[in-house]
Design a protein around this ligand. Structure first.
Ligand code: SAO
Length: 391
């Protein structure tokens, strides 16, 4: 009985998802992998392989309960399928079957009885419009833009082609976004929504950011990472660097959003292109140039061009590059390998052969652009911080 609501409050300054201790983090990652392995061993192989091949059905169930308004309607209390069908103008039979499927994957809960009443769970409540940190913008991207590209995975393996261009009239993601300001705004919002998914709070806490005097967030979108770093390191200031149209909207966000507005005087906004060194910020000794989810968007050739532009812009100034990515520590068994593989396939399919890299692959990339890799710092989540300094 009763409606389960999000147990953790939504705080605008800090992620509501605090990292657990290293011991709990490592043990739970291990247990999760073990449970998944055990569940597979217990199932009958023919059924198992068929169920795995139906993975896309989950995507569609989540999409359906969000886009038909079920999740919003349930925010005001449990409903039967009949009530929902009437209120939202939906078809009762398929609706009931989708609600049942959602309960099966814990996306909805049910009060059983002759007429079952459905309610939101902690998971579905996260998708409410009233949640400023809702993962929905990202899920919407996955469904609307990635899904079709993913269907071309076998084709990519055979031909080495570009799935995103194939499914988007020959255009790459950045071109699609540049042509449509609304979609670009949605994309930047979607990127901020990944903060809580990938233990962003652990990145802030598990790496010693306080040693730097200034952060330059290169390709920082609306600056959710920069804002969090400035809050953590009271003496530092920051530069947010991105494409002109993104920075114009970021400026507005920093004038309005509760988690950023008081930090506005400590941040500078620079518009440019990270392939062109002359547009990058002017370096300052003691800077950290932070690139989160940037290099993974690009294949080795393009990533090397970005690093070469950064190297030219930095010159002889002592600056540290901090690359925040889903770095593979062990490609088959590191604790968060499932998230890393998910991210790797997404950038393979949607970013013209972007890739998640191993430490050795970063080492090679840096060396080719005049940087040397100093160390890779693990965090209590799938993201690592890899430091590099100019040679
Ligand atoms: N040529 C470019 N120059 C500068 N920024 C770019 C360029 N191409 C893509 N970007 C930006 O790169 C970012 C990649 S998405 C990552 C955003 C942010 N670092 C985060 O972790 O949330 C987007 O904000 C793009 O606008």
């Amino acid at each position: 009985m009763g409606v389960s609501c999000p147990k953790r409050s939504i705080d605008s300054h800090r992620s509501p998802y605090q990292p657990s201790s290293w011991l709990v983090y490592s043990a739970s990652a291990l247990l999760r992998r073990w449970f998944l392995y055990a569940a597979d061993r217990l199932a009958s192989p023919p059924r198992l392989i068929f169920e795995k091949s139906l993975g896309f059905a989950q995507t569609q169930v989540i999409d359906a309960i969000k886009r038909t308004g079920v999740i919003e309607a349930l925010a005001s209390g449990p409903r039967t399928a009949e009530e929902l069908a009437q209120e939202l103008g939906l078809q009762l039979d398929p609706l009931y079957r989708v609600l049942r499927a959602a309960v099966n994957i814990n996306m909805l809960g049910v009060e059983r009885g002759p007429t079952p009443r459905f309610h939101n769970t902690e998971l579905s409540s996260l998708l409410l419009d009233s949640n400023p940190k809702s993962p929905w913008p990202m899920i919407q991207w996955v469904v609307d833009d990635w899904y079709g590209a993913y269907a071309e995975l076998g084709w990519v393996v055979k031909t080495g082609g570009d799935a995103f261009r194939k499914t988007h009239d020959g255009k790459a993601l950045w071109e699609v976004l540049q042509e449509d300001p609304k979609r670009e705004a949605d994309f930047s919002r979607a990127m901020s929504a990944t903060d809580d998914m990938f233990a962003f709070e652990a990145v802030v806490r598990d790496y010693p950011w306080r040693r730097y005097g200034r952060f330059c967030d290169i390709g920082g979108a609306y600056g959710s990472l920069l804002a969090r770093l400035l809050r953590q390191c009271g003496k530092a200031d920051g530069v947010l660097f991105d494409q002109p149209q993104v920075i114009q909207r970021a400026r507005k966000a920093w004038g309005e959003e509760a988690d950023k507005v008081d930090l506005r005087t400590r941040a500078e906004f620079v518009e440019g292109d990270f392939f062109m060194s002359e547009t990058l910020p002017k370096p300052r000794a003691g800077d950290a140039w932070v690139l989160r989810h940037i290099l993974h968007d690009w294949n080795d050739e393009d990533a090397a061009r970005i690093l070469a532009a950064l190297r030219r812009a930095i010159g002889a100034t002592p600056v540290t590059l901090c690359i925040v990515e889903f770095t593979f520590l062990d490609e088959f068994s590191d604790p968060d390998v499932a998230s890393k593989i998910g991210a790797d396939l997404s950038v393979l399919m949607c970013q013209t052969h972007g890739r998640e890299r191993t430490r050795r692959e970063y080492e090679k990339l840096f060396a080719g652009a005049g940087f040397s890799l100093k160390r890779t710092v693990r965090t209590r989540g799938p993201l690592c911080v890899t430091e590099a300094v100019p040679i």
